[in-house]
Design a protein around this ligand. Structure first.
Ligand code: ZN
Length: 286
């Protein structure tokens, strides 16, 4: 017992002073779980992405099972990892490819509702999500272009308000969780419209915070991190989108086609997907 108590002292800080009971394996398992929770809570996602490749795969061993399945990387687990800095959401992050709920939904939407995976296309991926990059490169080859203002994952460095691409260059633009950060979302979407070919489409997911306001809230005089968090939902957001989001898309020249695809998904729970999330597809009509 003395030996076990000594071992426990080394991991005690991870238990908030509560002493776990059980065999040493259970103690270590509990400690690893706590470390994971702390890492996910306090390490920004961009750093997590860097240290993820090996570390989270090891973590995945502790989540071995077949209750949930990631459609992006096809791995199965007992459940997904919790994710979120302030109030971590349970069952969110894939330990293998780091997909979140929304990434798995977008993947299934592209596969089930579009021709994205049926032929090579010219695809512009703004602020590229790491979990998609390899698969999209494989699918679209040289037609696949990643771009961002600062992401190290992107090949082209650009300002979305003035994109360095010719008119009608792309069949698809993917631009998720970007428009809440940019100075002028309408101008950014107007640029997306410009570089899309007629008949092409964009996926333009943005976060919504309950209660969702009727009209999008923005105020350029709110610049402090704390104030932005209060008014816009996160310290680096410059607006909080409202129920008028589809209308804002339409102001850019694109035609919004919101799709409640997630509601019809039979296996949403298995894929760790929120059935409330609406896909904001937008097309360039002509
Ligand atoms: Zn995955």
């Amino acid at each position: 017992m003395a030996l076990r108590a000594e071992k426990f002292d080394k991991v005690a800080p991870f238990f908030n002073g509560q002493r776990p009971f059980g065999p040493p394996e259970a103690v270590i398992f509990a400690a690893v779980k706590k470390i994971i929770a702390l890492l996910i809570r306090y390490v920004p996602r961009k750093h997590l992405l860097r240290l993820s490749a090996v570390g989270l795969r090891v973590v995945g061993l502790f989540y071995a099972g077949n209750q949930v399945e990631c459609p992006v990387c096809r791995h199965t687990y007992r459940k997904f990892l919790p994710y979120g800095r302030i109030n971590p959401r349970p069952n969110a992050l894939c330990p293998s490819c780091l997909s979140l709920e929304r990434h798995r939904l977008i993947w299934l939407y592209l596969r089930e509702r579009t021709s994205f995976f049926q032929r090579p296309m010219d695809v512009l991926h703004v602020a590229p999500e790491q979990c998609f990059i390899k698969a999209f490169e494989k699918q679209h080859g040289d037609g696949y272009v990643t771009a961002d203002l600062e992401s190290p994952l992107a090949k082209v460095k650009m300002d979305i308000h003035h994109m360095p691409f010719a008119d009608r260059s792309f069949d698809v633009v993917l631009c998720n969780h970007v428009l809440e950060h940019v100075d002028n979302d309408i101008q950014a979407m107007t640029e997306i419209h410009r570089v899309l070919r007629p008949g092409g489409f964009a996926i333009l997911q943005v976060p919504f915070f309950a209660p969702v306001p009727d009209a999008t809230v923005e105020d350029p005089t709110i610049t402090g991190a704390r104030e932005r968090e209060i008014h816009f939902g996160q310290d680096d957001h410059v607006r909080k989108f409202g129920k008028d989001y589809a209308g804002r898309i339409n102001r850019s020249g694109l035609v919004a086609q919101p799709d409640s695809f997630a509601k019809e998904l039979q296996d949403a729970a298995r894929y760790g997907i929120s059935q409330e999330e609406v896909i904001y597809k937008a097309v360039r009509a002509h």
